[in-house]
Design a protein around this ligand. Structure first.
Ligand code: PGA
Length: 250
């Protein structure tokens, strides 16, 4: 890679907050940061009214999921070209909550990744091992994560020069009190980077996600091996947002 890519801060609001008024309050807590790139992933119903708030602050927007098609009779779904048309730049793909509650498989994820790239958007592919797998040690965790990565990228042919972002999100750290350690995150990042090069990708960033907040963001953000963070719960708390953005603006 010629130039070191910008550090990336992704805010995944999940199914929060309850009302558009609160969504606006949360959105306004995001300030423009001089270095690095910030992207917010609100629930789709709140997105359109927030586009101006984010663009004034040079904050990018993304959506939390897309349908594996371009348009048609798929009730309840939103597609990658639709996301693109309202100004989104990124799509979360294969988040562990979608894999768990919506039974998304690696094959579904692979289709979504290729639709996202075809629409000119950047996928943030989430991979991570379960607690049971991690209990068997690092190499079990690494082989589970690599399996997810390979299968989820199986449909990306001829698009390997486009940027992809991979978020290492160990399932046992998402929604937990404690994050993985920085060492855990860095070790897995190295494994993922090696495999992405092996698979022929030339532009990628690797994030860590799982229980990041204002208290621990600094060490993950400053690590030269990591390209950024994916934040869930703390990204809908205005005070936490301000503190985290303060840290990453330094
Ligand atoms: P969390 O979620 O920060 O609330 O642990 C992270 C994620 O799901 O991306």
């Amino acid at each position: 890679m010629a130039q070191k890519p910008k550090k990336f801060f992704a805010a995944n609001w999940k199914a929060n907050p309850k009302t558009p008024a609160t969504a606006k309050i949360i959105a306004r807590a995001f300030s423009r940061i001089p270095k690095g790139e910030v992207a917010v992933f609100p629930p789709n119903v709140f997105l359109l009214p927030l586009v101006d708030v984010f663009s004034e602050r040079k904050i990018k927007i993304g959506i939390q999921n897309v349908w594996q098609g371009t348009e048609g009779s798929f009730t309840g779904e939103v597609t990658a070209p639709m996301a693109k048309s309202i100004g989104a730049s990124f799509v979360l793909v294969g988040h562990s909550e979608r894999r768990a509650y919506n039974h998304e498989t690696n094959a579904d994820v692979a289709e979504k990744v290729s639709h996202v790239l075809a629409a000119g958007l950047t996928p943030i592919l989430c991979v991570g091992e379960s607690k049971q797998v991690r209990a068997r040690g690092f190499s079990s965790a690494a082989s589970a994560v690599l399996g997810m990565l390979r299968e989820s990228l199986a449909n990306v042919r001829g698009k390997k020069t486009k940027e992809i972002i991979v978020a290492y999100e160990p399932v046992w750290a998402i929604g937990a009190k404690k994050s993985a350690t920085l060492v855990d995150a860095v070790l897995m990042t190295e494994v993922l980077k090696k495999e992405l090069v092996h698979l022929g990708f030339s532009r990628f960033r690797i994030l860590y996600g799982g229980a990041i907040d204002e208290k621990n963001i600094s060490e993950f953000w400053q690590s030269p091996q990591l390209d950024g963070v994916l934040v869930g719960r703390a990204s809908v708390r205005p005070q936490s947002i301000r503190k985290m953005l303060d840290v990453i603006s330094r």
